[in-house]
Ligand binder design. Structure first.
Ligand SMILES: Cc1cc2nc3c(=O)[nH]c(=O)nc-3n(C[C@H](O)[C@H](O)[C@H](O)COP(=O)(O)OP(=O)(O)OC[C@H]3O[C@@H](n4cnc5c(N)ncnc54)[C@H](O)[C@@H]3O)c2cc1C
Length: 428
C-alpha cells in the first residue's frame, strides 16, 4: 500500500518507519526539513514514567495566578483567552482525581514499551547513540516539599513505574552539580533521553529514505475522494492529497501526523478535535560547565534540565497564545534565571533560545486511530508533552491498525471521536 505520511516530526517519522517494516511504501509530505518543528527543541526526555496528565487535581486554583503573571510557568495571553477558553474548560474537567487515574493508565500503556518500540528503528538507522538509558532524577528542596507531589508519584508507582527515594548524600554522589538547593530526589532508573532530538528525527527519516520512502516538500491543503470531491463521509476513501503549491499526490492511504497543525486536516477527514498549542520554550547553555549524567526534573520550578550534545538544555513553560503570535523570549529568559538559581556555578556565557508548539488535547492524550470520515486515513497527533517518548509506540500501533491487526495497546482512550460535540470548540 502506498501511504502518505503528513508531517516529518518525530511522530510522522516513527510511524513511517513502522509502516515500512510492514512492507508499505511511504511518501512524506512536509514543507519543512525533518525534525525542525516541535521535535527540534524539546527537552529530549524519554520517560516511561511521564504518564501523568498536565491537568492535575486542584489545578483550577491556579487559574487567577496564570492570568495575572505573563511570565509564570503557565500563562494565557489575554488577547488569546476567548480562543483558549473552551479548551481550558475541558482541560479543567479532565483534571479530577478519577480522570487523572484513567488518563495515567492509558498513557502508561503507551509509554511502558517506548524503548522496545524505538529499538528496531534505531538499530536499522545505526542511531543507537541517539538514545541513552541514564535515568531521570526528580529533585526537590526537601523531603517535605516532595510530599506535595506524593499522590501523583504514588499513582505512577501503582502503574508499574519504578521510583526510588534518594536522600541528600546519595543525591550529591549521583550528581555533584546538584549541591546547594536540592536535598531529596526520586530516581526513575528506567527513563532515558536523547542527546539531540532533531538529530534523532533526521537519522530515522534518512533511514526511511534509504528504505525507499519519497519526500514531497510541500504542505497538504486537503483531500480528494474517488470522484474528486471530499472523502469526508463514513466509508469514503482518500485518493489524492491536494498540495499548497497546487499539485496533487495520488495515494492508497494517508496518516496525519502534522503535530499542532493537524486539526484542519483531521476535520477534513471527519474528526473534530480541540487541538491547541501549548507553546514551550528552551534555553540551551552552550558554554555549560556542568557534568550532569541524568535528566533532572526540578519539580518545584517546573524545569526540565538535560545535558545534550550541543549544551545543557533547560526547558519548560506553557503559554497559550496560538500558532501565529511571535515568541515571547522573555519566557525563555525566565528558564535561564531559574537555571542560574538552581546551579549558581553554571557558566551561561553562551546560550540560544527557542519556542515550539506542543500539540495538546485537553485530556493530555494523543489522538491515535482511524479517521471517522475515511476508511483509509489514520490520525496520529496531539502528543503534547510526551511526543518524543510516545512516537515509536504510536508508530507501531498505527502500523497495526493500517495492517488490520489488533493493536498491542488499548487505543480506545485515544480514539479521534472521543470529544463528541465539544471537539468543535477550542482548536487553535
Ligand atoms: C519546551 C518543550 C519541551 C518538551 N520536552 C519533551 C520531552 O522532554 N519529551 C517528550 O517526549 N516530549 C517533549 N516535548 C513535546 C514534543 O516535543 C512534542 O510532543 C513532539 O515533538 C511532537 O511531535 P510531532 O511529530 O507530533 O510534531 P512536530 O515535530 O511539530 O512536527 C509536525 C510536522 O508537521 C508538519 N506540518 C504541519 N502542517 C502540515 C501540512 N498541512 N502539510 C504537511 N506538513 C505539515 C510541520 O511542518 C512539522 O514538520 C516538549 C515540547 C516543548 C515545546
Amino acid at each position: 500500500m502506498h501511504l502518505s505520511v503528513i508531517g516529518t516530526g518525530i511522530v510522522g517519522v516513527c510511524t513511517a518507519a513502522w509502516l515500512q517494516r510492514e512492507g508499505h511504501r511511504v511518501t512524506f509530505v512536509d514543507p519543512r526539513e525533518p525534525g525542525e518543528a516541535c521535535s527540534f527543541g524539546n527537552a529530549g526526555s524519554l520517560s516511561p514514567s511521564a504518564c501523568l496528565p498536565v491537568g492535575m487535581p486542584g489545578l483550577w486554583k491556579q487559574v487567577p495566578r496564570w492570568l495575572r503573571d505573563p511570565l509564570g510557568p503557565l500563562t494565557v495571553r489575554w488577547g488569546y483567552l476567548p480562543r483558549a477558553w473552551p479548551w481550558l474548560a475541558q482541560f479543567l474537567r479532565h483534571s479530577s482525581r478519577g480522570e487523572v487515574e484513567r488518563i495515567a493508565g492509558a498513557l502508561r500503556a503507551l509509554l511502558a514499551p517506548i524503548f522496545d518500540c524505538y529499538a528496531p528503528l534505531l538499530q536499522r538507522a545505526g542511531a543507537e547513540h541517539l538514545v541513552r538509558r541514564t535515568g531521570c532524577l526528580y529533585v526537590y528542596s526537601s523531603r517535605q516539599a516532595a510530599a506535595r507531589w506524593a499522590w501523583g508519584m504514588n499513582l505512577r508507582r501503582s502503574l508499574g513505574v519504578q521510583l526510588r527515594d534518594v536522600g541528600e548524600d546519595e543525591l550529591l554522589a549521583l550528581e555533584p552539580d546538584l549541591k546547594g538547593r536540592f536535598r531529596f530526589g526520586l530516581l526513575a532508573p528506567e527513563n532515558g533521553s536523547t542527546p539531540d532530538p532533531s538529530a534523532l528525527v533526521k537519522a530515522l527519516h534518512a533511514q526511511c529514505l534509504r528504505d525507499g520512502a519519497a519526500q514531497v516538500r510541500e504542505g497538504v491543503a486537503g483531500f480528494e475522494g474517488a470522484g474528486g470531491g471530499a472523502p469526508a463521509h463514513r466509508g469514503g476513501e482518500v485518493r489524492r492529497l491536494r498540495l499548497h503549491g497546487g499539485g496533487v499526490l495520488d495515494v492508497d492511504g494517508v496518516v496525519v501526523a502534522a503535530g499542532a497543525w493537524s486539526a484542519p486536516l483531521a476535520r477534513a477527514l471527519g474528526a473534530h478535535v480541540p487541538l491547541q498549542t501549548q507553546r514551550g520554550y528552551h534555553v540551551t547553555v552552550h558554554s555549560s560547565n556542568l557534568a550532569l549524567r541524568h535528566t533532572v526534573m526540578a519539580v518545584e520550578d517546573n524545569l526540565m534540565v538535560n545535558p545534550m550534545a550541543m549544551g545543557l538544555r533547560l526547558a519548560g513553560s506553557v503559554e497559550f497564545a496560538g500558532l501565529a503570535a511571535p515568541p515571547r523570549y522573555e519566557r525563555a529568559d525566565v528558564l535561564l534565571t531559574k537555571g542560574r538559581q538552581l546551579f549558581p556555578h553554571l557558566d551561561a556565557s553562551r546560550t540560544s533560545r527557542w519556542m515550539g508548539h506542543r500539540p495538546c488535547l485537553p485530556d493530555s492524550l494523543p489522538v491515535i486511530g482511524r479517521a471517522p470520515g475515511a476508511a483509509n486515513a489514520w490520525l496520529a497527533f496531539g502528543h503534547g508533552h510526551v511526543g518524543m517518548c510516545a512516537a515509536a509506540s504510536t508508530g507501531r500501533e498505527v502500523a497495526a491498525l493500517v495492517g488490520g491487526r489488533a493493536p498491542q495497546v488499548d487505543l480506545h482512550p485515544f480514539r479521534p471521536e472521543r470529544f463528541g460535540l465539544l471537539g468543535r470548540f477550542g482548536a487553535a
